[in-house]
Design a protein around this ligand. Structure first.
Ligand code: P1T
Length: 383
């Protein structure tokens, strides 16, 4: 298929064709580590499954298609995908990152890569001047997460990309919270788009997987070298599950957005709720940027119950019955989490509180159940 596919078609058909062996419409799970050769180097394009596997390759083509990019690469987890990006750099290089980001990303940067001589500057990217001010002659990469986890800040990808281009820096965007249904960072000027595909892409809380998509051939070659040389690749079964998940991404996201909006408005009107962080509100400080770069506002939100301390917030989460208390997000089922003690526990308290991750903050991943059941559940839990 040469014609460029619209998004709702790309999720299903992008980069896909029936399997050459028997015409299977879904790529078979090629559960093999190696491939027969008739003479050394005499093979059908596949030698060893760390390097290439047909099921993973089908997924990688799909990933590229839904991000409207040229080259897709799949990894064993979102963090493994980020790890590969960091290996593009050398000791002494500096990175400017969003100050409010997934705790595991912060841990990877500060506890692993700082030890290898990389230097990270964490800045509030809702003001582009902060980004420009952190640039020096060692800066090589800008790392953006938008919407941010868990504060739902929005970063102007196009604005940052202009800064990156001016200073000849790579721009990578973690698109996990939005998914390509809501925004396609490469089309907004990013060089690399990354996903924890564990979340919305796979969509069913049954797989851990990561991805990168790029346009530039040289960058793709380097990342694919790192993917093979470091070896953090997903297996064929997980690749298959992610590919299957992607086929319904657009339909699921539509409902995530509708339900997210219903829950956000319900919470905002609740007398026992102090604050709701959701980019769809006119009052959200980056609402205009969100409207410009996102198709809709997604199913993630965070809130602070009125007058709640750590214990009161935990009690509300424990009272929930339809929402499950769990790490992760983006699956069909609604999840609730306590960032301070769960997803963001690896960030020192004073650091996380600077970006708003206080002990009373509750994060919701609004699923695709009936919205009224979700609201009723919150009603009984908040009391
Ligand atoms: O878990 P993994 O697939 O390795 O992805 C890491 C990751 C990267 N980026 C963002 C924005 C993320 O949210 C995550 C994983 N986040 C959770 C597990 C969570 O509950 O927030």
């Amino acid at each position: 298929m040469n014609k460029k596919l619209r998004f709702n078609t790309a999720t299903i058909h992008g980069g896909q064709s029936p399997d050459p062996a028997y015409g299977a419409v879904m790529p078979p799970i090629y559960q093999t580590s190696t491939y027969a050769q008739i003479t050394p180097g005499g093979h059908k394009g596949f030698e060893y499954s760390r390097t290439h596997n047909p099921t993973r390759q089908a997924l990688e083509k799909s990933l590229a298609s839904i991000e409207d990019g040229q080259h897709g690469l799949a990894f064993a987890s979102g963090l493994a995908a980020m790890d590969a990006v960091m290996k593009l750099l050398s000791p002494g290089d500096e990175i400017i990152s969003t100050n409010d980001l997934y705790g595991g990303s912060y841990r990877l940067f500060t506890k692993i890569f700082e030890g290898f001589g990389l230097k990270f500057h964490f800045v509030a990217m809702n003001n582009l001047d902060h980004v420009e001010a952190a640039i020096n002659s060692n800066t090589k990469l800008i790392w953006v997460e938008t919407p941010t986890n868990p504060m739902m800040n929005i970063v102007d990808i196009k604005g940052i990309s202009q800064i990156a281009k001016k200073h000849k820096l790579l721009l990578a965007v973690d698109n996990t919270f939005a998914s390509p249904y809501l925004q396609q960072p490469l089309n907004l000027g990013a060089d690399i788009v990354m996903h924890s595909a564990t979340k919305y892409l796979a969509g069913h809380s049954d797989v851990v997987l990561g991805s990168l998509v790029v346009n530039d051939q040289k960058l793709a070659n380097r990342l694919s070298f790192i993917q093979n040389a470091s070896g953090a690749v997903p297996g064929p079964m997980d690749s298959f599950l992610t590919l299957r998940g992607i086929k319904t991404l657009h339909v699921r996201l539509q409902r995530h957005c509708e339900n997210g909006k219903a829950v956000a408005h319900y919470l905002a009107a609740h007398p026992k709720v102090e604050m709701v962080y959701w980019p769809g509100f006119d009052s959200h400080p980056n609402h205009e940027v969100a409207k410009k770069q996102m198709r809709d506002f997604g199913g993630m939100l965070s809130f602070i119950p009125k007058g709640a301390d750590h214990a009161a917030a935990i009690k509300i989460i424990e009272n929930l019955k339809v929402f499950t208390l769990a790490e992760s997000l983006g699956g069909v089922e609604s999840l609730a989490g306590h960032p301070a003690s769960m997803t963001h526990a690896s960030i020192p308290k004073e650091e996380r509180e600077k970006s708003g991750v206080v002990d009373s903050l509750i994060r919701l991943s609004v699923g695709i159940e009936d919205a009224q059941d979700l609201i009723d559940d919150l009603e009984q839990a908040i009391g």
